[in-house]
Design a protein around this ligand. Sequence first.
Ligand code: AMP
Ligand code: MG
Length: 344
Amino acid sequence: MLTRVFSSDDPQAPTLAAELIRQGQLVAIPTETVYGLGADGLNEEAVAKIFEAKGRPQDNPLILHIWDASQMALFCHDIPKAAYALAQAFWPGPLTMVLPARDLVPRRTTAGLSTVAVRCPDSFVTREIIRLAGVPIAAPSANVSGKPSTTTAQHVLHDHDGRIAAIVDGGPCRVGVESTIVDLTEDRPRLLRPGGITPEQLIALLGDLVVDKAVTAQIDKDAVVKAPGMKYRHYAPSEPVTIVAGSREKAAAYIHRHFTAGDRVLCFQEELPLYEDCSPLAYGREADVNTLSAGLFAALRELDDPTIHQVYARCPEGGGVAYAVQNRLKKAAAFHIVNAEEET
Ligand code: AMP
Ligand code: MG
């Protein structure tokens, strides 16, 4: 199959992409978070192609992308007031809500769950594609399962060239990590995945938030969890990753003591001079966490190289968007973290 690449600037792109979606084909779509691998979310056969192309476990549900908040009620029922308040505040934007699913949503899309995840993305071209297709687009991140997410059209081509109908190239993703997911089906709102909408923003609006244990710890693959996707090894390059916590100086000293040929260092731009002899790769500036979230997956993909033995990574501290960066990097490291203040 020839994979067509449409520029999001091409006025024909939304119509052409929408037509392919209506035909049950796979189209990679740009969003502000990461590129999604999209299909008609109401068409079981089309949705099955997503799982096949990604090698995605069957129990890992997809997010339904809608073009406008008013569509939420078409696919969800018993929608609490909080969902409308969140949609008003943060849509279009990097927030996904889990709500009870209506029967027309195929169980293949929800991986058998009675709930469905919905999001209205902040990408004009993608919302146009959804509107013109006349169906919600089910789309997980476009990476091959287990690998770092795709934040450019080139990443998607690398993983799926010749295996999907088209890619809409909207340039690099602004946020760079997947959407924040909030479950609104229980008494208390529950954070299933941190992202560009921060826990602080959610608490300010909801007054309450439970953080699911899958956010903060490694989950056993046989465990029953609220967000099935969180238990799989994720975002990971092929070699082991170790996060080195602690002050800039202590971390550099630790890494220099342990670094051997074939290792790499993933650090902040401000730290590059400290690692001149350690093959460093910067993923953004510590002083601007948005550059770290935007650059993380491209860096992890560059480090996905079988000739590398081990990666030592520096991770931002604190809340806000840094919380999402910590979550992705800790998962890439399978929660392997050393504290340079204590370790030698
Ligand atoms: P991805 O788009 O690749 O980031 O994957 C979608 C994420 O949304 C996965 O981690 C899923 O576990 C999560 N998700 C989708 N639908 C649901 C749902 N109904 N309940 C809980 N989590 C969901
Ligand atoms: Mg994903």
